[in-house]
Write a protein that binds this ligand. Structure first.
Ligand code: 0A1
Ligand code: ZN
Length: 854
């Protein structure tokens, strides 16, 4: 490594280097004297050397701390400050370590450790934020009980566990459950609570609270109900009960992620908990319900059983995402949830898995762990569990989970521990299945078929393209759910799970009177890319007849993609048969409105780009945009005579209720309104905007108008109405850019960065603008390069403020190698410009170098 190179590569951590810490931490006592610029943290920690320690170096992590004093058993000691922490000579018997440090929460814009958001103190310690609070073995396999005393003049002062005392200017908390430091939390400020309660199945009364800033009390009721539903569901489905007398949730405006599962004191990005019909859309409500469930479910999958090291992150995240998806499917619609998840997986995880940032669900190395809170760890991690459940069956799945909780409660575990409970519960050998955890990349499965003398044969060939550091891949276990339909539409073979284990494998079905139509990868039974030559008429047949709702949608989706790809590549007109099939479906009132809305939502432009890329073409963003516009306009014209009737028929009357049923109807109504707006000059949308009494309909009308460039007055009115509501203003910022034409998107985004309400310090606002730019496919990839340039400039500016959010947003460039050489050169120049920035964070450095080195 050349020392003179700017931003020399930081240290890399490897899974293979794991070593346990040489000391038990018996107990932790922390005292905080709060002050915005000079908070003092006193720690008193009892350590006991482990008799069998491989390594007894006494190293405590610590970053950005001013050490005031250190003592062992009451006597001052000299600690050696080293890179990333301190070392000290310690006794070979149990001892009490005490340290006093000073930190500056008000200057902490990285939002990691103890920081301030709108005058309120709060913490974020996952993954490695606790080391910014005090010196500590900040690793998830070090678990201890925490007692916390907070001194300050804030009206509300909270920490983990149960309150043990409070008085004028102080509050004390004790958490009886041993936990790693990443689950520590402290909140103090002027807060009000929305209270609730829950009685567990064994009769314990639990006090619940959602704490918010004064003024937000009216937005807590939905979250509280979601919390109670989650608590009940986890008891009913997994037999898991809550284990403290109190469960607190706090809403914070400045937060890097969605929410955090700190023991007994979950901290939420306010966008993921605050909800009201006037300010939140149906999609917001669904997401809030899911995130509250996710964080609550972590109490067992993450907190009671945690991760041995951060390489095992998907142990808690994959499982918890899987559990929250089960919950949403139960609360709402199972097929709709599955379709939404597959859309999200293809939009976020597939590009990651097929590009320079590809990594397995359990990575084996990292520089900055914050860069691995990814779609692969979370969503693919959940898909892997779904496959496991499908392979072993439901009964065995719950048997294995019971064993997991019984065997590992209170421990910090690995993927090996997880797979072992399945092996022990089922007797199955999972060594080949384990490849899903260690191999990156999305498998391609090529399917061919044969029919002769009543026997139908399906042949599958699997392969996975190389990914960074993994040129060769071994065949994986792929559960392939398949059903067969007869040409008249009857199902002649119900769903059966075929287990692919080899590179090439055939399965036969006997006794079939005629060649069947196969329905393959039902329910999206594995996260793979299916390659099969088929016809549009067969797709239309499955769209009409498949008994598996996922595959019915998938057939329509595949058809939509074929049509759009043909428009892009050959300049073809939108396929008439497809438009007819869509029209039939939209008008079929027997069909679930949510399903009709999904079929009516065309694949996104980046999805078309991804499909073109998978087929070896270079996507042209402008052509993809033009095809999308032509398609939507043609569809609107095709439906012209029925649109007003459909609009009226799908309008939901009566008071707004954020349930799945109403949401499905409003989604369909919104799609129809957007088509209608292309034909009626915005008349209907303007009427809906004026009369809407809920955000879903107000937003749908505004979006339709803005897309048609007819929404100037409404956009102004929206701003006037909502300028004091931070979360609604995020929608307003994002919508300007999402609706902008390709040639104006970057300029619109740039202008919005000059807006008085834009701020680099608030991740939600930054993401509203820059995320919307990256999400406007043709705008971001506009040939001028203005989109790339603007994002790069803003990432450079953000890096010194908030490295974590900067690094996450760098991923917008991850697909760069798919585009033409001119765009590649433009992006490469921007990435190099970012990398050359002085004092670039470790987070951003890692992301950009990985993208450049591919
Ligand atoms: N464990 C949380 C996600 C989370 C991760 C990191 C954070 O800060 C760096 C914050 C939250 C979850 O899965 O919800
Ligand atoms: Zn999580």
């Amino acid at each position: 490594m050349n020392d003179a190179a700017p931003n020399a590569a930081p240290q890399t951590f490897y899974l293979k280097d794991y070593k346990p810490f040489g000391y038990e931490v018996e107990s932790v006592k922390l005292t905080f004297q709060l002050s915005p610029n000079a908070t003092k943290v006193h720690s008193a920690i009892r350590f006991t050397p482990k008799a069998d320690a491989e390594d007894n170096r006494f190293f405590l992590h610590g970053e950005q701390l001013s050490l005031i004093s250190a003592k062992i058993d009451g006597s001052p000691v000299t600690a050696r400050l080293v890179d990333g922490g301190l070392e000290c000579d310690v006794p070979r018997t149990s001892f009490l370590w005490e340290a006093e440090v000073e930190i500056d929460p008000a200057a902490n814009t990285a939002l990691e450790g103890l920081y301030m958001s709108n005058g309120m103190y709060c913490t974020q310690c996952e993954a490695e934020g606790f080391r910014k609070i005090t010196y500590y073995p900040d690793r998830p396999d070090v678990m201890s009980t925490f007692t916390v005393r907070i001194e300050g003049d804030e009206p509300v002062m909270l920490s983990n566990g149960n309150p043990t005392g409070a008085g004028e200017g102080w509050a004390e908390w004790h958490d009886p459950w041993p936990k790693p430091a990443y689950l520590f939390a402290l909140v103090a400020g002027d807060l009000v609570n929305h209270p609730g309660s829950f009685t567990t199945k064994s009769g314990k009364d639990v006090e619940l609270n959602i704490w918010v800033r004064p003024g937000d009390e009216g937005k807590c009721a939905f979250g509280m109900e979601a919390l109670k539903k989650s608590m009940k569901w986890d008891e009913d489905v997994y037999g898991l009960e809550y284990d403290l007398d109190l469960f607190n949730i706090v809403a914070v405006d400045d937060f890097n992620m969605g929410a955090m599962e700190n023991k007994g004191l979950n901290i939420f990005n306010s966008s993921c908990v605050l909800a009201s019909p006037e300010t939140s859309t149906d999609a917001n409500f669904e997401r809030i319900e899911a995130i509250i469930a996710h964080e609550y479910f972590h109490n067992w999958t993450g907190n009671r059983i945690t991760c041995r090291d951060w390489f095992q992150l998907c142990l808690k995240e994959g499982l918890t995402v899987f559990r929250d998806a089960q919950f949403t499917a139960d609360m709402r619609s199972e097929p709709v949830k599955r379709i939404e998840d597959v859309i999200a997986l293809r939009a976020r995880q597939f590009p990651e898995d097929g590009g320079p940032l590809a990594h397995p669900p359990r990575p084996e190395e990292f520089q900055e762990i914050n860069n691995f809170y990814t779609a692969t760890v979370y969503e693919k991690g959940a898909e892997v569990i779904g496959m496991l459940k499908r392979l072993v069956g439901d009964d065995n799945y719950y048997k294995a989970l019971n064993l997991y909780f019984e065997r590992h409660d209170g421990q910090a575990c690995t993927i090996e521990d997880w797979l072992k409970v399945f092996e022990d519960a089922t007797g199955r050998d999972l060594s080949q299945f384990k490849l899903w955890y260690s191999q990156a990349g999305t498998p391609r499965v090529k399917v061919t078929e044969d029919y002769a003398d009543g026997t139908y044969t399906l042949t599958f060939e699997q392969s996975t393209p190389p990914t960074p550091g993994q040129p060769e891949k071994a065949p994986r276990v792929i559960p392939m759910a398949v059903g067969l339909l007869s040409p008249n539409g009857d199902e002649v073979r119900g769903t059966q799970v075929l287990e692919l284990t080899e590179a090439k494998q055939s399965f036969t079905f006997d006794g079939l009177a005629s060649k069947p139509v196969p329905s393959i990868l039902r329910e999206f039974s594995a996260p793979v890319i299916l390659e099969r030559e088929t016809t549009n008429s067969e797709r239309a047949f499955l769209l009409a007849h498949d008994t598996d709702p996922f595959n019915r949608w998938e057939a329509g989706n595949a058809l939509a993609k074929e049509v759009r790809v043909a428009m892009v590549l050959d300049g073809a007109a939108p396929d008439a048969a497809y438009l007819d099939a869509l029209e039939k479906l939209v008008r079929d009132d027997e069909q679930d409105p949510a399903f009709r809305a999904l079929v009516l939502s065309p694949p996104s432009q980046s999805d078309i780009a991804q499909t073109l890329h998978e087929r070896g073409h270079t996507p042209d963003p402008q052509k993809i945009y033009d095809a999308a516009e032509t398609f939507t306009q043609t569809l609107a014209q095709q439906l012209e005579t029925s649109l007003p009737r459909l609009y009226a028929a799908t309008t939901v009357e009566g008071p707004y209720v954020p349930d799945a049923d109403g949401a499905g109807k409003r989604a369909l109504n919104g799609r129809i309104l957007s088509l209608l707006t292309r034909l009626d000059g915005g008349e209907q949308a303007a009427r809906q905007y004026a009369s809407a009494d809920n955000m879903t309909q107000q937003y749908a009308a505004l979006a339709a108008l803005m897309k048609a460039e007819k929404g100037e007055a409404q956009s102004k009115a929206f701003f006037e109405q909502w300028q004091d509501d931070r979360l609604v203003m995020d929608k307003w910022f994002a919508l300007q850019i999402a609706c902008a034409a390709p040639e104006t998107a970057a300029a619109t985004a740039k202008e919005l960065t000059q807006h008085p309400l834009f701020s680099m310090k608030n991740p939600n606002r930054f993401r509203a603008v820059m995320g919307a730019l990256a999400g406007n496919h043709a705008g971001f990839h506009h040939a001028s390069g203005a989109g790339y340039q603007l994002l790069a400039e803003n990432l450079i500016a953000l890096d010194s403020v908030n490295p974590q959010t900067t690094a996450r947003m760098c991923a917008a460039f991850q697909t760069w190698k798919r585009y033409d050489s001119k765009r590649q050169a433009q992006i490469q120049a921007e990435l190099e410009r970012i990398l050359a920035t002085s004092d670039l964070s470790r987070d951003t450095h890692e992301m950009v170098s990985r993208m450049l080195s591919a």
